[in-house]
Write a protein of this length. Structure first.
Length: 371
């Protein structure tokens, strides 16, 4: 997501390590590659102490690498290669976080853990910058990690209820989000399909700083059984953000129990309906979601676990920050690539929209480019 920034000219150094002169010492012999390629950090040369070093040495002090250099290639996907590199380096995630912070890139320990376990992947410009620095820190060749990153997943807030009988399972909508099933069980979420969503209207607002900050939602739902009294909704922050979204301004319902998982940015909330719905009854649900700051936004997308008769998405840009290009995209369930794209016009109102009828399980969204 966003353009990749050039790698910092300075070398990464860990606590207790210093560079000798201006160049990195030659790397030691590469370790043989196994089922998972083993990697090491490239050592920096420690300067001799004042007690043993001559006052003005005229020749460089020979370097003794602390660890072997990483192999030129490694097997597996991004998460597998990163995990093997970290394991073989012996570095803790906290030391890696501190080393990145010294280079001006702040990545939490939780985010690093998610990357190595495959629960999320780097997408934002800051995250991609961190990956370039990780390649150097862990002694990997340039692009050894970045080349393994797949296409960026659409940013935006994932919104859905439990899967309907003719829709997708929870794990298909949020792969790797094991917490979600646990929270659903804790809330005793109603069986999927009790509320059929007839119409959904998302209005996503991007401010003058190019950040998505508010999502306004309107849903028309119809009961498929007697006695429906509540609706469970899920919102998730962007990758790397350890703050949950917050639901406000609820209409035609009220907030019930709320469960937050800040480390993963997950929010699960009950909406208690104004009245119990009998079979065939309908109601309108409206509320706002205030979104934590995750940097400049370049897309918004919704995942559909079940069919919806009508979906409208509007993205509203601040008139002082209008992107140069905008397009609609569609993806099949579980797909990492688009199955359909088409350009969108940004009108005088500084907004763009998509309309779909009989939307099937999958994903629909809008992405844009700032420059």
């Amino acid at each position: 997501m966003g353009s990749q920034q050039p790698q910092h000219a300075g070398r990464l150094r860990l606590v207790g390590q210093r560079e000798h002169g201006g160049d990195r010492p030659p790397a030691g012999p590469a370790a043989p590659a196994g089922p998972q390629a083993a990697v090491r950090t490239t050592a920096s040369v420690s300067a001799p102490s004042a007690a043993t070093a001559p006052a003005a040495p005229t020749t460089p002090v020979p370097a003794t690498p602390a660890v072997p250099a990483a192999p030129a290639t490694a097997q597996g996907g991004f998460a597998e290669v990163l995990n093997a590199a970290i394991e073989h380096s012996g570095l803790s995630l906290d030391r890696i976080r501190a080393a990145l912070a010294k280079q001006g890139v702040r990545v939490s320990v939780t985010t690093l853990s998610y990357w190595r376990r495959g629960r999320s992947q780097p997408e934002r410009a800051t995250s991609l910058r961190a990956v370039h620095l990780l390649e150097e820190l862990l002694g990997l060749r340039h692009t050894a990690l970045t080349a393994l990153l797949g296409p960026p997943r659409p940013r935006g807030r994932w919104v859905a209820q439990g899967p309907a009988p003719d829709g997708l399972r929870v794990e298909q909508i949020w792969p790797g989000e094991t917490e979600l099933g646990e929270v659903f069980a804790e809330l005793d979420a109603p069986p999927a399909g009790q509320l059929e969503r007839q119409s959904i209207h998302d209005a996503y607002y991007v401010d003058a700083s190019r950040r998505g900050n508010v999502l306004r939602m309107r849903q028309v739902v119809r009961a498929t059984v007697d006695g429906v009294t509540r609706h469970v909704v899920v919102h998730k922050s962007d990758e790397g953000v350890e703050t949950c979204p917050e639901i406000t301004s609820v209409r035609h319902a009220r907030l019930g129990r709320i469960r937050r998982r800040p480390l993963s940015g997950l929010l699960v909330a009950e909406l208690l309906l104004d009245r119990p719905l009998a079979l065939g009854d309908s109601t309108v649900l409206e509320y706002e979601v205030h979104l934590p700051d995750s940097g400049p936004t370049t897309s918004y997308g919704r995942f559909f676990p079940a069919p919806v008769r009508e979906y409208v998405l509007q993205v509203h840009f601040d008139p002082s920050a209008v992107p140069v290009q905008c397009e609609r995209f569609d993806r099949a369930p579980g797909a990492d690539t688009d199955r359909h794209r088409e350009p969108l016009w940004i009108g005088a109102s500084a907004s763009a929209h998509v309309l779909t009828a009989d939307q099937q399980p999958g994903q629909v969204g809008i992405r844009w480019q700032w420059e």
